[in-house]
Ligand binder design. Structure first.
Ligand code: TYD
Length: 398
């Protein structure tokens, strides 16, 4: 039974940046009701009103994993680990984006699957075999026919974006050999709850997974998690190493049991924990609004740093008006020069470390705080102030 626990109000499609022309033409932006529920039986946490993938993942998709050193490092470390530990003949990545992961491998040994044609074209141009299509049974059959030797499947920050998880795993079942390994990673529900990062919920993030929910779900495909890694990427993620029951090559690592215990201890199996989260989120909104209001009352300026999909949820949920922030800085070519969905705040190209652009900088990309603070050392040393809402709204300079 799915029980609703969070109401984040009406939200635009987070990654649909608008052009100046769109604004002049007063292009009508669709907005969607964002509510989140907990399935008490399967322990899956999902948004309750979903939007067709085709509306979100098209040839204009702006997000590029390669824009972040943190992600590039994480992928290159994983590539080394995969080669050392599994020595795969051929790797398939579901959701290969702009090739940030697959570029760590020899072109003969890896294939990508990416429905956003603009992203798929980037990897194709680099010479990587990329299927520009949605991950489904039809595509899995085609891939199996053409690439008999795929023995490792990887997918980062993608499966949580696909509503039909049964189709996802049925398709994986077609391609994965008996001794194959499946590695998936996505934001972790435990981290999300601990950090009160309610902005992990937006239209594209249909699920925020826990090990608890993943373990239950994959049972019907006779799959099990045999190892996990806790990652700092995307605000705290879990990387699940999965195998078939019949594959006895790997034993289930103790850290899998430890994570399960930690999730149960925190209460991710109980609805009351979800109600507590709801109340934490409400308090977070109140506090963030207070901070913004106080700054504006004192006629100080605020800009944003990182026009993330996540921050769209925050701006819409906290009803932060467009005039509150002068603009957002971002490095992503497909975002700069455009306006953010919903709030219509301008996205300016990041060209150099901060100096005195504004009195306060709101950390939209809070999940990259470490990387950003390293880049902005000088600004911070000179008294520059950041606003963050994670784990609770506050002004920080370290
Ligand atoms: P991210 O948090 O990965 O994505 P999501 O949209 O899924 O919430 O996005 C990070 C954004 O922050 C991306 O638009 C690039 C931007 N960014 C910068 O502008 N400068 C930086 O130094 C970093 C690390 C990110």
């Amino acid at each position: 039974m799915i029980k609703k626990f969070l109401d984040l109000g009406m939200q635009p499609l987070a990654n649909k940046f608008l052009t100046k022309k769109d604004l002049i033409k007063k292009k009508i932006e669709n907005s969607y009701y964002l509510e989140v529920g907990f399935d008490t039986k399967t322990k899956l946490v999902s948004i309750l009103h979903t939007i067709s993938s085709k509306k979100m993942f098209d040839g204009k998709y702006p997000y590029r994993a390669s824009m972040s050193k943190t992600m590039l490092n994480s992928f290159s470390k994983l590539a080394d680990r995969i080669n050392r530990k599994f020595n795969p003949k051929k790797i398939m990545e579901i959701g290969s984006n702009d090739g940030a992961f697959i570029k760590n491998f020899n072109k003969k040994n890896v294939i990508g699957v990416e429905p956003c044609s603009n992203m798929a074209n980037i990897t194709k141009k680099k010479g990587y075999k990329t299927y520009a299509d949605y991950w489904n049974i039809k595509l899995a059959k085609k891939i199996k026919l053409n690439n008999k030797n795929v023995d490792l499947i990887y997918s980062a920050n993608t499966l949580s974006h696909i509503q039909d998880l049964d189709s996802v795993f049925k398709s994986i079942d077609i391609v994965l050999p008996d001794d194959g390994v499946l590695i998936i990673e996505d934001p972790s529900l435990l981290d999300c709850f601990k950090k009160i990062s309610y902005d992990q919920f937006y239209n594209e993030h249909i699920y925020v997974f826990s090990l608890l929910a993943i373990s239950i779900f994959i049972k019907k495909y006779k799959l099990e998690v045999f190892d996990i890694e806790r990652l700092s990427t995307h605000g705290g993620s879990l990387r699940y190493y999965i195998k078939r029951y019949k594959n006895k090559k790997f034993k289930v690592n103790k850290n899998v049991h430890d994570q399960l215990k930690a999730e149960v201890k925190f209460g991710l199996n109980k609805y009351k924990t979800y109600l507590k989260f709801k109340s934490n989120v409400k308090n977070s909104k109140k506090k963030l609004r207070e901070i913004f209001n106080k700054i504006k009352k004192n006629n100080k300026t605020i800009i944003g740093y990182g026009s993330t999909a996540k921050v769209c949820t925050v701006l819409a949920y906290c009803k932060i008006k467009s005039g509150t922030l002068d603009y957002f800085l971002d490095t992503t070519p497909n975002k700069v020069g455009k306006y953010m969905a919903g709030s219509h705040i301008y996205v300016k190209k990041y060209t150099k470390p901060l100096t005195d652009e504004a009195d306060y900088v709101f950390l939209g990309a809070w999940n990259f705080k470490k990387e950003i603070f390293k880049k902005e050392k000088k600004y911070i040393k000179n008294g520059g102030k950041f606003i963050t809402h994670i784990p609770f709204p506050q002004i920080i300079n370290k």
